[in-house]
Write a protein that binds this ligand. Structure first.
Ligand SMILES: [Mg+2]
Ligand SMILES: [Zn+2]
Length: 542
């Protein structure tokens, strides 16, 4: 142990189940063996973002293998249902309580001494230091020049605020409501967060620790798929203005060139259709010249003839260089359509250019103990007793145009204590007494079932949001126990806990927002709700 008390920190790792996670945990756990055992993370959370389908985990009954090191680190898992790394990191850090949160990618390795240097980085932070970036090292092969994909990974070394290893102060994350979940990919979400944290008056600095990011074999079409990032560039421009690239210290990119290439191909096609051979030939020549130039730029820094893998790299570069300009332009147009709400933009689009977080459009409510007094495994409609002020609070939300849904665990069905018809009869009585709800999401499973829907899993909340046509981050969840809060956090919704005498004290302490009753819970959300109906301007994401 060093003489100064170490600053407690949480490690949050989003993953889609890549085996490299175990290697990360081995190198993290290995840090603790030496004299720096005081620098162990206080909390380790894995945000398991493998997707779900139809209320079942896609990889049903197969929990992530965190390895022996994961066990020694007491790593906890939050399942986030395939909502992307920004959403997964949010669910991760919101389920921790340490004053610092260190985001690591699941494909980095920590060299020995990392924890010691991290402790120094955190120990030297000023009160207004909001984030401290790790330095990334990408080892490249020494017997040949790097491939296009390897050079792409190596570019991380110069990237500002990359979340491959980035420490944020909890209060800074809370102030800006964490990552913007409208960024669905591992692209630009880190730069967006950094810009908002700085806009809020925090300093971001480079630390002393270094993290190793190995290059890994990539699929042949990876460079083509990466063009989806052009959608995120459209979102960045909408959120941070035309000067966003300078502010985020990122390069200009090749989009303009790609647009010219696509235009040349368009001229060639139009010339051919109009039977103007000279125009067609000029367009084709321009297109071919630009495409070959792109190929040359990508091949020249790469492996040489005779190097291992040269032929494969050349083939990969040839077909992707022909396709990339069209993909880049197409994705950029789709991105602009989404942020501007052009006709034809995907319904329920994640985008929009309101500041993060956008206003709440829906409130999802737990049934037993929240809407109605809890009668365990109740199958009798006559036993339904609404909680105090529930009807008035819900009607106020309805008047305002807020969408309502119910998310309820009914394990009595799975246990054989209740029939689905009895549950439906009770639900109908609840609507009779409390008014209509836009969606009812019921989990009939027992905890042993391991389903994706039963709270604290996020499935019911995600299904309710989808049924109402709003993204989960525009939903609040009001419930009476910790499972309601955790389901909301895992789904990216805003939780409010309304404790009852059965609610555990620890659950009350862990909840970010607590209200004494349902009307007070609705009141606590008032500032974040959509503007009252009538004056609302395109608030719906549908
Ligand atoms: Mg309840
Ligand atoms: Zn279930």
């Amino acid at each position: 142990m060093s003489d100064a008390p170490a600053t407690p920190y949480a490690v949050v790792v989003p993953t889609v189940g890549r085996p490299s996670l175990q290697r990360l945990f081995e190198t993290l756990d290995g840090q603790a063996g030496g004299p720096w055992s005081g620098h162990r993370p206080a909390e380790v959370v894995v945000a398991d973002d493998r997707p779900t389908t139809h209320g079942r985990w896609d990889v049903a009954d197969r929990p992530l293998d965190l390895g022996a090191a994961g066990d020694r680190l007491h790593a906890r898992v939050v399942r986030t249902g395939g909502r992307g790394p920004a959403a997964a990191r949010n669910a991760g850090w919101r389920s921790t309580s340490s004053p610092w949160v260190v985001f690591l990618d699941d494909d980095v390795e920590l060299p020995s001494g990392w924890a010691e240097l991290l402790a120094a980085d955190l120990g030297e932070a000023w009160p207004r230091t909001g984030g401290i970036q790790g330095r990334l090292h990408v080892p490249l092969p020494d017997d040949r020049r790097p491939t296009d994909a390897e050079r792409g990974t190596a570019g991380l070394q110069d990237a500002a605020w990359a979340t491959a290893d980035m420490a944020y102060r909890r209060s800074a994350l809370e102030e800006v409501s964490g990552f913007d979940e409208r960024f669905p990919r591992a692209y630009r979400e880190d730069a967006d967060l950094a810009l908002r944290v700085r806009d809020a008056g925090w300093d971001l600095v480079r630390g002393t620790r270094t993290t190793v990011h190995p290059v890994r074999p990539t699929a042949d079409g990876a460079s083509l798929r990466a063009q989806r990032g052009n959608r995120d560039d459209a979102t960045m421009r909408a959120l941070h203005g035309p000067a966003w690239r300078e502010r985020a210290a990122t390069g200009r990119g090749l989009l303009r060139r790609h647009a010219v290439t696509v235009a040349a191909a368009g001229v060639a096609a139009a010339g051919a259709l109009a039977r103007r051979p000279a125009v067609a030939a000029a367009g084709a020549a321009a297109w071919a010249g630009l495409t070959l130039d792109l190929l040359r730029r990508r091949v020249v820094p790469g492996p040489r003839p005779g190097d291992e893998g040269f032929g494969a790299e050349l083939r990969r570069m040839a077909w992707t260089s022909a396709a990339i300009p069209f993909a880049a332009v197409g994705h950029r147009i789709a991105g602009e359509a989404a942020v501007r709400g052009w006709p034809g933009a995907r319904a329920g689009s994640r985008a929009g250019n309101a500041p993060w977080p956008p206003p709440l459009a829906a409130v999802l409510l737990d049934r037993d103990g929240t809407l109605v007094h809890d009668v365990p495994y109740n199958g009798d409609p006559d036993a339904v007793r609404p909680t105090t002020g529930a009807r008035e609070a819900l009607d106020a939300l309805r008047t305002r145009g807020v969408l309502l849904g119910v998310v309820t665990n009914q394990s009595g069905v799975g246990r054989g204590l209740l029939t689905r018809d009895q549950v439906a009869a009770v639900d109908a009585r609840v609507e009779e007494l409390l008014g209509p709800f836009g969606t009812w999401q019921v989990c009939p499973h027992t905890p042993e079932h391991g389903c994706a829907c039963r709270k604290p899993a996020p499935g019911l909340v995600l299904a309710a949001a989808a049924a109402l046509g709003v993204p989960p981050w525009r939903c609040a969840v009001i419930g009476d126990v910790g499972a309601d809060v955790r389901a909301a956090v895992a789904a990216g919704a805003t939780p409010v806990l309304v404790p009852t005498p059965v609610t555990r004290q620890a659950e009350v302490e862990a909840a970010p927002l607590v209200a004494p009753d349902l009307p007070a819970a609705v009141g606590a959300l008032k500032d974040r709700l959509v503007a009252p109906a009538g004056r609302a301007r395109g608030g719906g994401a549908a």
